[in-house]
Structure formats: C-alpha cells, structure tokens
Design a protein around this ligand. Sequence first.
Ligand code: FMN
Length: 168
Amino acid sequence: MHKPVDVFNFNIPIFSEIGKKSFLLACGSMNHHNCMTVGWAGLGYLWRKPMVFIYVRPQRYTYQFMEQYDYFSLNFFSDLFADILQLCGTKSGREINKMNIPGLTVKEIAGQTIYYNEAHTAIICKKVYYDDLKAEHFLEKSFLNLYPSNDFHRIYYGEVLKILQNNP
Ligand SMILES: Cc1cc2nc3c(=O)[nH]c(=O)nc-3n(C[C@H](O)[C@H](O)[C@H](O)COP(=O)(O)O)c2cc1C
C-alpha cells in the first residue's frame, strides 16, 4: 500500500530512474486518462517549491490530457514492468486503450489525477507553468538533430504536492 513520504527526505536514485530507466507520466481522471513513457525529465527546486520538469512533444495523445487537466503524476516501477513501459512508449493511447493496461491498477486522487498501484513511487504534481523549447535558444546545435520535424517539446513545470511510496 502506498504511503505519503516526506518530500524533502524522499530518496530514490533519480538519475538511474530517469536517465537509465524510464517512467510513466499519467494524466486525467478515473474515466478519462492516458499515460506515456518518459525518459527526459528533471526534479528540482524553483519558486520556493519542490518542482518537476517534464517534456512532452505536441503530437503525443498525452499532450491533450496535459493541456486539459491541472494535475499529473510520475510513476516509477521496478524492472519487472519493463514490458509495460515499452508498450506505453511505443503505442499511443489513440491506438490502444491505455485506461486498461493489463498489469496496471489505476488509483485516483479525487479532483486531481490518477496514478498506478504497482508504482513503487508516484509523484503527484500540479501544473504551475509551461513553455515551449525554441530552435533559436539551443546553444548546443547538435541537439536540434533530435527534432527533425521541429516538434519541440512543451515543458510542464509541476509543483510536487505529494510523493507516495510502496513499503517506504
Ligand atoms: C524510453 C522512452 C522515453 C520516452 N520519453 C519521452 C519524453 O520524454 N517525451 C515525449 O514526448 N515522448 C517520450 N517518449 C515517446 C512516448 O512515450 C511515445 O510516443 C508514446 O507512444 C506516446 O503515447 P501517447 O500518444 O499515448 O501519449 C518516450 C518513449 C520511450 C520508449
């Protein structure tokens, strides 16, 4: 069962969880939500708040949810869930029903967002700011090779409201 942990003493190997592995970004309500695998993100401190930075390309189905809803969650899993992360990172919610993924149990924080019962850690966030990456702002021009279609990410800044962990 998930328990809330102290945000300021929360402890997971973050560059391993984000950089070497990946996680699920989920957004929406119990009856209308979607998720996708994410590999680029940041956690930090801004405007006197613990903050998450998440990068979503506009063609993602999840983008529509991120635009519509005020809250979202980051869901971190053990390696046993690699197949699910692979699925959610290669198939769109436009093609498969991501509200009913075998092996994932959806939980809702009423009025905010959903997260997954199987996640070892779920970070619940409230959108507070967004911005779009711009070609002319890239000082390292080689990174522009990652955007052959000019589909620059929208960055969502999410204030961390709660961190839930299984067996903390
Ligand atoms: C390991 C991995 C990391 C990914 N990271 C991101 C990311 O940070 N931002 C993004 O927009 N897409 C990312 N993607 C791509 C989306 O997960 C993928 O396009 C997904 O099918 C989108 O689903 P949706 O259309 O249901 O939103 C990643 C995919 C994988 C496999």
